[in-house]
Design a protein. Structure first.
Length: 568
């Protein structure tokens, strides 16, 4: 964004002049308008201007910024990673708009005039802090949609705003408007913390936006407290998204009072219990107004907030062996059809350790756990493989829901011939999953909930699904893959009533040791749970019933199979 730096205001520092300047913006050109607004915010952040006037100018600019975000989002939402240069530029531009807006409001908060009640009323003070926190929250959302972590600067600014809120003590002011603004800014702060705890890296880009919106509806159930119990202080805290090298002593570098709001802990027990109740209610509801996407999202939030902590380890990049990947089910099928002969050897790689040991070996985020003595979610905790438990339970109770009814009628890209595997580094591996590092500049086409194949020298091609993505400036793009099958077997599925309507897919063999069921991976199609299909490999055709819909995404569906004792 260095090419957008400006030091002079593009308008006179008066409310009338900025209003005229906003009206003259090229609103039909979203990118150009966003760049002009960004330059103006940068200039406001550097020029000397009275805080009261600064506040008036920002109040006019903020509405335009809020309108620009959804307009810019369409350029990078639902894209694969790494982002192309144009997509990355627009994603960063959208983020920097909110970063500069929040920085401007925070600059006002740091001025001497801000604490003077004659220059800033309590209502204006609360509104200024709320706007700063709101823009911080939107910055957090946009950074998450790029699968990056918020910087230390972000958290420092957040804690300073909370400390200022406590200092001003808005709740003690007998003014309804001030109390409303105070309540609103606290809800924003709690949603920001909850959003971090939910590990948005585990969600697709569109789900991240849904997570942000859904948390806004339930945030009041979370509790902020500066006197946590010993158990709570070990298991939940505001340091959950700081780099692992940061310790609680980091707070001392902020020069803040240790008893202030900056060291508050957020307790999510009540929120998780509430979400579980909502989850059960939605699953048992027969109302058509209860959207499947909301049911599915509630289940993922519950698992993220209530998941136990798991260790995270990885090799150094220089020690990491190489592998090749092919992202996308259609691309894998096309590659196998062109290059691979059908596999006749059905011998699987057997795990050498217990299932519980394999679970503990999965590369993951190290989610902050809750107070297990007060939170009864064992049935969710012990079933961590099912990333779509809410969606699965609902669909299998209805038996009549297709992928298109969940995700909409999206157009799928047509796979190209001549597909080449892409090079990656293996940072960590177990019988349950992979932690891979993308090492090339080309577009890897990686998405959360995308089927992917992994090939290592001397081993059969494995099939997995991308569960999370992380982007780091130093190490680059890394992603976690849940292993679905240690071999990739290409098959053809067809309806017994329409033998000519064939569709290619991948057969997942059963591995009871790690809870993997026999299933079929195919592109979204007309098949529903309860349908009978003929599954054909190179020599044998077997008839199966599509028993349960394990998972669905815009690019694939996964059904468990019930075998009919009939072989052709």
């Amino acid at each position: 964004m260095n090419n957008l730096v400006g030091t002079e205001l593009p308008f006179e520092a008066t409310p009338a002049a900025i209003s005229e300047w906003i009206d003259a913006l090229p609103v039909l050109n979203t990118v150009q308008t966003a760049e002009k607004i960004y330059r103006a915010l940068q200039a406001l952040n550097t020029v000397e201007i009275k805080p009261a006037l600064h506040f008036e100018l920002l109040e006019q600019l903020k509405e335009t910024v809020y309108l620009l975000s959804p307009a810019l989002e369409k350029y990078f939402l639902d894209t694969s990673f790494p982002l192309q240069k144009k997509e990355l530029k627009l994603a960063k531009l959208s983020t920097h708009l909110h970063r500069e807006l929040s920085s401007n409001y925070s600059l006002i908060c740091k001025s001497e005039a801000f604490l003077d009640p004659e220059k800033f009323s309590p209502g204006q003070q609360a509104s200024t802090i709320k706007c700063a926190l709101h823009s911080l929250s939107l910055e957090q959302l946009l950074v998450a949609q790029r699968y990056e972590a918020c910087s230390t600067r972000f958290w420092t600014q957040f804690y300073e705003l909370l400390a200022l809120t406590e200092q001003l003590n808005f709740q003690s002011i007998d003014d309804t408007l001030v109390v409303q603004e105070s309540n609103a800014l606290e809800l924003i702060a709690k949603r920001l913390l909850l959003f971090s705890l939910c590990n948005p890296n585990r969600f697709s880009q569109r789900e991240i936006k849904g997570l942000y919106n859904l948390l806004g509806e339930h945030t009041e159930l979370a509790k902020l407290d500066d006197q946590p119990t010993d158990c709570q202080s070990k298991k939940a805290g505001f340091f959950m998204m700081l780099d692992s090298s940061q310790s609680p002593q980091h707070i001392s570098r902020l020069n803040l009072d240790s008893s202030s709001a900056s060291v508050r802990y957020i307790h999510t027990n009540n929120l998780v219990i509430h979400l579980i109740d909502q989850f059960k209610t939605l699953l048992s509801s027969e109302q058509e107004s209860c959207l499947i996407s909301n049911r599915r999202m509630l289940g993922k939030i519950v698992r993220s907030l209530g998941a136990p902590e798991r260790r995270r380890r990885q090799r150094h990049k220089s020690e990491s062996p190489e592998c090749t990947i092919i992202p996308g089910l259609e691309n894998i099928i096309t590659f196998l059809s062109e290059h691979e002969k059908p596999k006749t050897n059905k011998k699987l790689i057997n795990p050498v350790r217990t299932a519980s040991e394999l679970w503990n070996d999965i590369p993951d985020f190290g989610i902050i756990p809750l107070d297990e003595n007060n939170l009864q979610i064992d049935h969710l905790r012990n079933n961590q493989r099912d990333e779509n438990v809410a969606n699965t339970t609902l669909i299998n109770s209805k038996y009549l829901v297709t992928s298109s009814e969940i995700w909409g009628q999206g157009s799928l890209p047509t796979p190209k011939t001549g597909i080449k595997p892409l090079d990656c580094k293996v940072l960590d591996v177990s019988t349950k999953g992979f932690h891979l590092l993308w090492v090339k500049e080309a577009n890897a086409k990686i998405k959360v909930s995308e089927i992917i194949s992994i090939s290592q020298p001397g081993q059969p091609m494995k099939t997995g699904v991308v569960r999370w993505i992380e982007q780091d400036r130093e190490s680059g793009l890394s992603f976690g893959i849940e292993l679905l099958s240690p071999i990739t077997q290409l098959v053809t599925a067809s309806s017994p009533k329409q033998p000519d309507s064939e569709i290619k897919g991948i057969l997942i063999h059963e591995l009871p040791e790690v809870g993997i069921q026999q299933s079929l991976l195919i592109s979204p199609s007309k098949y529903r749970t309860g349908s009978w299909v003929n599954v054909k490999n190179e020599t044998v055709t077997r008839r199966y019933r599509l028993q349960k819909l394990l998972e669905t995404s815009p690019s694939f569906v996964q059904f468990t199979l019930f075998k009919l004792d009939k072989t052709e």
